[in-house]
Design a protein around this ligand. Structure first.
Ligand SMILES: NC(=O)c1ccc[n+]([C@@H]2O[C@H](COP(=O)([O-])OP(=O)(O)OC[C@H]3O[C@@H](n4cnc5c(N)ncnc54)[C@H](O)[C@@H]3O)[C@@H](O)[C@H]2O)c1
Length: 345
């Protein structure tokens, strides 16, 4: 609990007269950077160095009324908070691209995983590859991660519903983490975008995120399990990419970002955290196709990125593990931009 005694700020009428001896009264909150003696011999007040106006004085509550200032954990325990051992992570679009690498990161940190993808064959192949990779990296591992593959169209409510039941049946009736990476982009001038294709785009990017989240949330709420959801948005949800025209994609990613904030608030009482990762330009199949079609584009894009390079899928490993794990227990409704600084200029 936070202290009940309010911090009292008040303006002193006059500065105290210098006293003959320095009366440094160490309070329990005083820290060693306080100089023991000042030239003018004035009494040093608690909190004095945290403000620029010396006429402000503060009265701190007694130590017994303050929250502990000592870190409660032993050294090394912080790293344990990143562990995903015992958790089951579902990754939509996990058969390829960013989803595949994020699944790898979650498995590396101890999670079991369920790969959900429209491309069922590739999902099976990817699950096998991840397991083989884990074995080669951990030849002495006592137990292996369980990695399952599920064919599903995230834009279809019935498909999502049956996929989540299938995952629960195969993973001991629990899901702890959801990452929604299924999504795609297309470049059309707005006035030429075929309506059916635009609906498909929104169906996968927006409905797909929403439907997956709701189905997993129902499970978490029913079983009273806390959980973490990470929606893969895009920096395009907050800026307008140039020069390629992609208005519906940008709008779809703005929707994904705001869904994360809205659902974070709605599900906070159920201990479900919902955050968004907004990647910048990453080198994957999705961007390769665009770059192959427009060879000059890579130079243009790179010139706009402060870090001077496109991102690698591996750049998402740390962010996704952080948000999936207990290390981010008090982070919800956030948008984590992983874009080499693109959106800050
Ligand atoms: N690559 C980038 O530069 C970049 C940047 C910002 C955001 N993103 C976002 O990251 C996510 C992943 O992008 P990527 O580059 O890895 O793309 P990708 O094409 O390499 O992978 C997307 C995966 O989603 C699957 N998928 C597509 N439609 C599906 C559906 N209806 N149901 C289930 N699965 C489906 C695909 O089969 C594929 O495996 C997308 O949401 C994308 O918008 C990508």
């Amino acid at each position: 609990m936070f202290r009940s005694t309010p911090l009292l700020l008040r303006r002193a009428r006059a500065l105290p007269r210098p006293s003959s001896a320095t009366t440094l009264r160490p309070t329990a909150r005083s820290i060693s950077t306080i100089h023991p003696l000042r030239k003018d011999h004035r009494e040093i007040k608690p909190g004095q160095f945290a403000r620029t106006d010396p006429s402000i004085t503060m009265e701190y509550p007694a130590e017994k009324d303050m929250p502990s200032s000592k870190p409660p954990w032993r050294y090394g325990q912080m790293s344990k908070s990143f562990s995903l051992e015992g958790k089951v992570a579902v990754v939509t679009g996990g058969a390829g691209g960013l989803g595949y690498v994020m699944t790898q990161a979650l498995v590396e940190f101890g999670a079991d995983a369920a790969i959900v993808d429209l491309n069922g064959e590739q999902a099976v192949e990817s699950a096998k590859n991840l397991l083989e990779h884990f074995k080669s990296e951990n030849p002495d591992a006592e137990c292996l991660p369980k990695i399952t593959a599920h064919t599903s169209d995230v834009s279809s409510p019935t498909s999502v519903r049956s996929t989540i039941s299938e995952i629960l049946a195969q993973h001991n009736s629990h899901i702890d983490v959801l990452v929604t990476s299924a999504g795609f982009t297309e470049n059309f001038k707005a006035e030429e975008y075929p309506h059916d294709r635009m609906q498909k785009l929104w169906g996968v990017n927006v409905d797909g995120t929403y439907l997956s989240a709701v189905e997993v949330a129902k499970h978490m709420i029913e079983r009273k399990r806390p959980g973490s959801m990470i929606f893969i948005g895009s920096m395009s949800g907050g800026i307008v990419n140039v020069p390629q025209p992609q208005a519906p994609y940008n709008a779809s990613k703005a929707a994904v970002r705001h869904l994360a904030s809205s659902l974070a608030v709605e599900w906070a009482p159920h201990r479900i955290r919902v955050n968004c990762i907004s990647p910048g330009y990453m080198l994957t199949a999705l961007t390769k196709k665009i770059l192959d079609d427009n060879p000059d584009l890579k130079a243009k894009w790179t010139s706009l990125i402060p870090q001077g390079r496109m991102g690698n899928p591996e750049d998402l490993k740390g962010p996704v593990v952080f948000l999936a794990s207990e290390a981010s227990n008090y982070v919800t409704g956030a948008d984590l931009r992983v874009d080499g600084g693109y959106t800050v200029i």
